[in-house]
Structure formats: structure tokens, C-alpha cells
Design a protein around this ligand. Structure first.
Ligand SMILES: Cc1cc2nc3c(=O)[nH]c(=O)nc-3n(C[C@H](O)[C@H](O)[C@H](O)COP(=O)(O)OP(=O)(O)OC[C@H]3O[C@@H](n4cnc5c(N)ncnc54)[C@H](O)[C@@H]3O)c2cc1C
Length: 405
């Protein structure tokens, strides 16, 4: 027996669950599938190893859909300063310089996901199905079928792939990607510091790869150490005291005193872009559409913009009595997002290549660039506004405007 819905979102990660909330209170019947939701939150829980630097635009989206309270009720860390440097070139952004209270927030991925999933359950037109595996997915331009392990079959006019970089939905719809693996991995460490609460996030570029600190609530921080896969493997195999010693030797002095390493993990890095984001009856959002080098912390930020843009397009179409699943409607979403995401991915590749290059003239140029960015005030302000995600042509939700369904 098929049960019908308008929009079936496969993947209730940060991005898919945001789309479900953005479609809440509309006339569309939405089903959200998440097979592995996080465990409930408790204040004494260790920090999630995976954290995200959420831009101001992302916070606007989460506030407008009503999920931000679920984050502030749990844990988050605002940051007002951001410093980027290499050797002599050094630039520091301070939110006061553009009369903003913060540049962004560091939030554990688990906290973001829990808050949006919880919010999704408030809407009568949204059904959240958790902890059930998908048995099969069959894409059809006029309607797709998803069979669940509990015997249910769901039929939807529009299937949305929000199931991450190795998306099964994208494969079922026969949509191709281009991409490659970076010759770098990210070693992520949660640490207890002797510095008290910090309000700065920083990134130092070294020829081996960037090193970054993201502050967490209290005297805690998340460190990201980019290096070759071999070196990351070696570092990961060290005991905690050995790793701490290696960390203190390699990281800059401003890291301060590190009391202990409380968690560690590594992530291979891949660049991947879907050749198309849509076709009749299907749309890709978030990592299912793009995987980007995390050095500037943009992956989930651009994914949330995808969710906001797709919701805007679907609700506008439904409001005007148009077919929200048609290729013509969905093309507007693709136009709003694909080029912007490509520009961001190309920029990250540029940073990865330019800062990973040991050539002396290039090193001089890089340092000159960072120094100029510090001294030329208008350019610095533009860079800060970009980093906060507040550039032009944002989807309405990211500007804090509610959508009408
Ligand atoms: C080291 C590192 C640091 C990063 N730091 C940042 C940062 O600071 N800022 C930032 O913006 N981005 C950052 N990113 C990128 C960010 O983590 C990703 O872009 C983001 O997780 C993508 O979210 P998503 O919801 O699209 O996909 P995912 O997080 O992959 O979520 C997909 C969800 O779909 C579910 N799912 C999959 N298949 C099914 C199925 N068949 N049925 C039901 N559910 C399914 C999964 O359980 C999962 O919950 C970082 C990435 C890395 C590797």
C-alpha cells in the first residue's frame, strides 16, 4: 500500500531537517526520514567531536524556522573575533568594526541536528520518521517510491536528497558528480584549555596545511589539524600525552595551555559537486549536492542556504498553484544555488592550493595579501560581511523573512 506525500526528504541531518521545518505550516505534506538521529542531549554529555562555525546568515535561517531556541537551550559558543595568519601576514576581524555583536557561533553538529529535528515535529504537515532504514528507492519523474524496512512504502511527488555526500537518492536518480580527494585529512581534537572562555576563532596557514582553533563553551575548544593522510594516521596512533606534546610543538604559542585531549577523530577530505542539482521530481541539497574543503567552515552554511532557497521556490510554486515538482520550478532553485556554491568551492580550492604551495614568491604574495586585508578598511569590511554569510541575493529565510505557504 502506498501512502502519498508531496515532499519526501531523505536525510534528517542539519540540512534536511532545516528544509522540513522551512516547509512547516504550509499546505505541502512533508515526510522527513532520518535513520540515525543523535541521542538526546544532556548538559554533562561530552562535546560532540563534530562542530560547525555557523554564519550569521545560518543563524537567521534557524531563528526564522524556530529552531534557534533549541540550540541556545542546549550549548553554543559565540565568537566576536576571527584571526587568519601565515608568517608575517596577519588579519584579525572584530565584530565591533562592523557594529555587529558576533561574527558567528560554534555549535556541536549533534546540537544543531537535535534542535531542527525537534522543531520539525511541531508541524502538523510534517511527519518525522526516525530509526527506520530505507530498503529501496525508485526514482520516477512524476513520483518516486521509497520502501522502508518496517514494510511501509512512501510515494512522493518530489524526492529530496539530503542524505549526505554519498547520497543513495542521487544514485537512484542517476545524477552524476565530479570530484576528487584532497591530499589532506583533518585531525579533529576536542581539548580542555587553561585559557577560560574564549571568543576568538583562529586559523594559521602552514605549508603542511592549516591549523585552527574553534572555541567551545567554557574552557574547551575544538582544534583542527590538517595534514597528509600518513601524518594524520601517525598522529592518531599516538597516546594522549604523546599527541599533546606533538600538538604543543606544532601549534602556535597563542594556543596557550592545553590541559587534556578529551576526544579525537579524523576525516578524509573530498571535493565533490553534483553536475545538476535537480531534475523533474528530484532535488539535491547540502552535502548530497556538494562537498567542500572545510578550511573556512562553509559546508553546512551553504547547505542551509540550499534548504532555504528550495523551500522558497517550492512554497512560491505551491502558492501560485504551479507544480512544485516540475523541472521548470526546480530549475529556479538550481539557478539560485549552484553557481554560488561553485564560486565558494573554487575559492576554497584556491586557498588550499595557494597556502599549500612552498614557492617563495607565492609565500611573499600571500603574506602581502593578508597584510593588505588588515590595512585596507573597506576591503576588510567586505571580507567580514562575506564571512558572516551576509552577501547579496540571499534566500528570504536567511534575511530573517518568514515564508508564506
Ligand atoms: C572536519 C570537518 C569540519 C567541518 N566544519 C564545518 C564548519 O565549521 N562549518 C560548516 O558550515 N561546515 C563544516 N563542515 C561540513 C559539514 O559538516 C557538512 O557540510 C554537513 O554535515 C552537511 O550536512 P548534511 O545535512 O547535508 O549532510 P550529513 O551531515 O551527511 O547528514 C545526512 C543525514 O542523512 C541521514 N541519512 C543518510 N542516508 C539515509 C537514509 N537512507 N535514510 C534516512 N536517513 C539517512 C544520515 O543519518 C545523516 O543524519 C565540516 C566538515 C568536516 C569534515
Amino acid at each position: 500500500m502506498g501512502s502519498d506525500c508531496d515532499v519526501l526528504i531523505v536525510g534528517g541531518g542539519m540540512v534536511g531537517a532545516t528544509l522540513a521545518c522551512a516547509l512547516g505550516q504550509s499546505r505541502l505534506r512533508v515526510v522527513l526520514l532520518e535513520d540515525a538521529p543523535p541521542d538526546p542531549f544532556s548538559v554533562d554529555q561530552p562535546f560532540d567531536l563534530r562542530v560547525s562555525a555557523l554564519s550569521v546568515a545560518s543563524a537567521n535561517i534557524l531563528k526564522t524556522i524556530g529552531a534557534w531556541d533549541g540550540i541556545t537551550r542546549r550549548r553554543l559558543c559565540p565568537y566576536r573575533r576571527m584571526r587568519v595568519w601565515e608568517d608575517l601576514g596577519d588579519v584579525e576581524f572584530i565584530s565591533d568594526e562592523i557594529n555587529q555583536p558576533v561574527l558567528g557561533h560554534i555549535v556541536e553538529n549533534r546540537v544543531i541536528q537535535l534542535a531542527v529535528l525537534e522543531r520539525g515535529k511541531d508541524f502538523e504537515n510534517v511527519e518525522v520518521i526516525e530509526r527506520v532504514k530505507t530498503r529501496s528507492m525508485t526514482y520516477g519523474p512524476k513520483g518516486s517510491l521509497v520502501e522502508l524496512d518496517d514494510g511501509r512504502t512512501l510515494k512522493a511527488r518530489l524526492l529530496v536528497a539530503a542524505d549526505g555526500g554519498f547520497s543513495k537518492v542521487r544514485q537512484a536518480a542517476g545524477m552524476g558528480v565530479s570530484g576528487w580527494d584532497y591530499e589532506q585529512q583533518a585531525l579533529v581534537l576536542t581539548v580542555e584549555t587553561g585559557c577560560g572562555q574564549q571568543d576568538i576563532t583562529w586559523q594559521r596557514f602552514t605549508p603542511d596545511g592549516p591549523q585552527a582553533l574553534l572555541p567551545l563553551p567554557g574552557a574547551h575548544a575544538s582544534l583542527v589539524w590538517y595534514h597528509t593522510p600518513e601524518e594524520v594516521r601517525r598522529l592518531k596512533s599516538l597516546s594522549n600525552p604523546q599527541l599533546l606534546k606533538a600538538l604543543l610543538e606544532a601549534f602556535p604559542a597563542c594556543l596557550g595551555d592545553i590541559k587534556s585531549i578529551t576526544a579525537r577523530g579524523s576525516f578524509p577530505l573530498r571535493r565533490q559537486h553534483a553536475l545538476r542539482y535537480i531534475k523533474e521530481g528530484v532535488a539535491l541539497i547540502g552535502d548530497a549536492a556538494h562537498m567542500i574543503h572545510p578550511l573556512a567552515g562553509q559546508g553546512v552554511n551553504i547547505g542551509l542556504l540550499d534548504a532555504a532557497a528550495l523551500a522558497e521556490v517550492l512554497l512560491d510554486a505551491a502558492h501560485q498553484g504551479q507544480d512544485f515538482g516540475s523541472e521548470a520550478t526546480l530549475r529556479r532553485y538550481e539557478r539560485m544555488r549552484r553557481n554560488n556554491n561553485l564560486i565558494m568551492m573554487t575559492l576554497m580550492d584556491g586557498f588550499y592550493r595557494a597556502f599549500g604551495n612552498r614557492s617563495v614568491p607565492l609565500r611573499v604574495l600571500r603574506n602581502l595579501g593578508l597584510g593588505l586585508a588588515e590595512r585596507i578598511r573597506p576591503a576588510k569590511k567586505i571580507a567580514m560581511i562575506q564571512a558572516m554569510g551576509l552577501h547579496r541575493s540571499l534566500p528570504r529565510l536567511a534575511q530573517g523573512q518568514a515564508l508564506i505557504g
